[in-house]
Each structure stands twice: as C-alpha cells, then as structure tokens.
Design a protein around this ligand. Sequence first.
Ligand SMILES: Cc1cc2nc3c(=O)[nH]c(=O)nc-3n(C[C@H](O)[C@H](O)[C@H](O)COP(=O)(O)O)c2cc1C
Length: 202
Amino acid sequence: MARIAVIMTGASGSAYGMRITEQLVLFGHEVVFCATDAGCKVCACELGFELSAGDAASAAARLADFLELPSAEGVRVVYPTDLFDPIASGSYPLDAVIVAPASMGFCASVASGLAADLPERVCDVALKERRPLVVVPRETPLSLVHLRNLTALTEAGAVVLPAMPAFYQRPETVDDLVSFIAGKVFDVLGIEHDLFRRWGEG
Ligand SMILES: Cc1cc2nc3c(=O)[nH]c(=O)nc-3n(C[C@H](O)[C@H](O)[C@H](O)COP(=O)(O)O)c2cc1C
C-alpha cells in the first residue's frame, strides 16, 4: 500500500482532489491531505465542504465524514503553514505527490522552486528526490506563462495531467467525468482502480 500526499489548491475542481483522496483511502492507501487557503475556500464554494477550522484530527474526521469513508483512519490532514511536518523533509518516505486541482499560481511557484509553504515544499521535495509528482492543472485558456511553467514542471520530472476528461467512455454524470481524471492519475502512478471503463472493455 502506498503513502501519498494529496494537495488541493484553489483552482476550480475541488472534486478531483476529493475523489482521489476518497479512492486512495478506500483502497487501503495512506493519504496525507493538504489544502491551500484558496483550496479550502474554493472547496467550500464548489462542494459546500469547510475543511479549514479546527485541529488536524477533527479536520480529518470531517473530511472522512464528507467523503463517507468508514473512518478517518488512513487520512491525515496537514496545514500549509506547518513547515515542520515530517512530509516537508526528503527523509520522509512518501511514495507520490498528487496536486489536484492545481492552480496556475501554484504551478508557477513549484516551477520556480519557491517552496514557500508546506504544499510547495512537498512538491519541491518530490522533484529533488525524483519521486512521482502528478499535477492536475485547471485553467483555460492557457497563457504562454502557464504553458512555460507546465513545461518547466515536466522538464523537472513531474507528470502534468490536465483536468481534461474524455468522452469516449460515454460519461453520464459529472461524477463520471471526475472519476475519469482521478483514474488517469492512478494509471500514471500504477495504482489499481475501477473508476472508468477502458477503451476496448465491454
Ligand atoms: C471560485 C474560484 C475558482 C478559481 N478557479 C481557478 C482555476 O480554475 N485555475 C486557477 O489557476 N486559478 C483559479 N482560481 C484562482 C486561485 O484560487 C488563486 O490564484 C489562488 O491564489 C491560488 O492559490 P493557491 O495556489 O495557493 O491555492 C479560482 C479562484 C476562485 C475564487
């Protein structure tokens, strides 16, 4: 089972970070969950879920409750300001880092190596340790600045997996679209899932 950091930033598409977290925990993986301040606000706006208040343990319990997980076991919530959390260090054994959704501002910071708070530092560490980093950007249209930052992330070793759902599997609900992107993230990381029907499957 893998130990994975899921970072949710203030881009539209909080549902992606939530679905990824839900599925990882349900399949027995360990999740360290971190939302930026903007990520918390956009999540409250899009999904009606408030993560930010309270201590980390109660935040994990509320997150588990929102995701209808059997318990909060397997999910640890950390805060962006806590640069002393173990995941800020390359010595901490994370198997992968997923940023979903990823704002353009966040991509710019990571592409520039700012590491100014815990989420940025965790991505910086993943790149320096050559660990898998999957970034799910959400913005449209993309400026040259955005494209250059996404290129820099790719050159540094990240996988840029834009929130661009496909339609060949005939999605019927928004949930299907969200699951498709979550499943593609898992495919990149070699994590088993049953989130969408593959092309060629009956
Ligand atoms: C409702 C809402 C939707 C947003 N959607 C996006 C988006 O899709 N992509 C993006 O790059 N920024 C988006 N933003 C702007 C980011 O939230 C903003 O740039 C923020 O500073 C990002 O901070 P963070 O990277 O620390 O989370 C949105 C903001 C709001 C309020």
